[in-house]
Design a protein around this ligand. Structure first.
Ligand code: HEC
Length: 99
């Protein structure tokens, strides 16, 4: 799993422009602060059903990155691209587990 993520991070580096490996802990913190409440409002619990629901709209890592960037803009969270990358990496590892 960790090795898979590392490879994924290496593959995505040219796309995202991120130089450092994703900081998953930071991603989780940012997500919990700026994003989760709205998803909880919709699905209850810890909001994770947003990412785990059967008809979820995100199916690959590139789309996830784009969605996180769009949500960042929508919420005026003011994240830097590396913050978006940290959140996307954390969501991918914790929930989406793309094959
Ligand atoms: C104002 C409420 C709100 C906030 C704040 C919000 N979201 Fe969302 N989010 C939604 C809704 C509603 C959907 C479902 C959209 C749909 O079904 O078309 C969604 C869907 C998503 C999805 C796709 C889920 C899937 O189906 O796979 C991701 C990823 C996501 N949000 C990430 C974030 C991130 C990251 C943030 C913080 C920057 C954030 N959201 C903040 C309301 C919100």
């Amino acid at each position: 799993m960790v090795r898979g993520l590392t490879i994924l991070a290496l593959l995505l580096t040219p796309i995202s422009g991120a130089l450092a490996a994703a900081d998953l802990e930071k991603g989780k913190r940012l997500h919990d602060k700026q994003c989760v409440s709205c998803h909880i409002e919709r699905y209850g619990g810890d909001g994770s059903q947003m990412y785990l629901r059967r008809d979820r709209i995100i199916h690959d890592r590139v789309a996830l990155g784009q969605r996180v960037a769009a949500c960042n803009a929508m919420t005026n969270a003011g994240w830097f691209p590396e913050d978006e990358e940290n959140v996307a990496a954390w969501l991918a590892q914790r929930y989406y587990k793309f094959k």
